[in-house]
Design a protein. Structure first.
Length: 137
């Protein structure tokens, strides 16, 4: 990949990949902590940990998306590291999908529908709120 080089001989494209990787590792660890903490607090009868992570992640991607793309003059590396890496690995829609499927397979239809409905509606509302908050800053 062609790009500008810094003093270390790394192209900007390589730095973006590095930023995404570092952000991704941090987001995955953060997701593990938050989701695990919520499950300790509320139990595992319903996938509350994943729901909470998705709501928080949706809110943060709204706020930080506005700030890092529209408001602040930041490097591509920071923007990609936070939005793609950190928040991309923090939010857990793949986990949401498998947990909802498991609820369905276990015959917990109401819980599965509740999880899907709350996840979609509340996360979209959280993203909207995040965008609105980001635009106020």
């Amino acid at each position: 990949m062609l790009g500008r080089h810094d003093n270390h001989g790394l192209s900007s494209g390589n730095l973006q990949y590095f930023a995404i990787a570092v952000g991704g590792a941090a987001g995955a660890i953060l997701r593990f902590w938050v989701s695990g903490g919520v499950h300790v607090w509320l139990g595992r009868a319903f996938p509350w940990g994943t729901l909470v992570v998705n709501v928080i992640g949706s809110l943060l991607i709204g706020v930080l998306g506005v700030l890092l793309v529209e408001r602040l003059d930041v490097s591509d590396e920071l923007r990609f590291g936070v939005l793609v890496g950190l928040l991309g690995s923090f939010t857990t829609f793949s986990t949401f999908s498998i947990e909802t499927l498991t609820l369905l397979e276990q015959g917990h239809i109401v819980r599965a529908v509740l999880n899907a409905g709350l996840s979609v509606i509340v996360c979209i509302l959280a993203a909207w709120l995040g965008v609105a908050l980001g635009r106020q800053l």
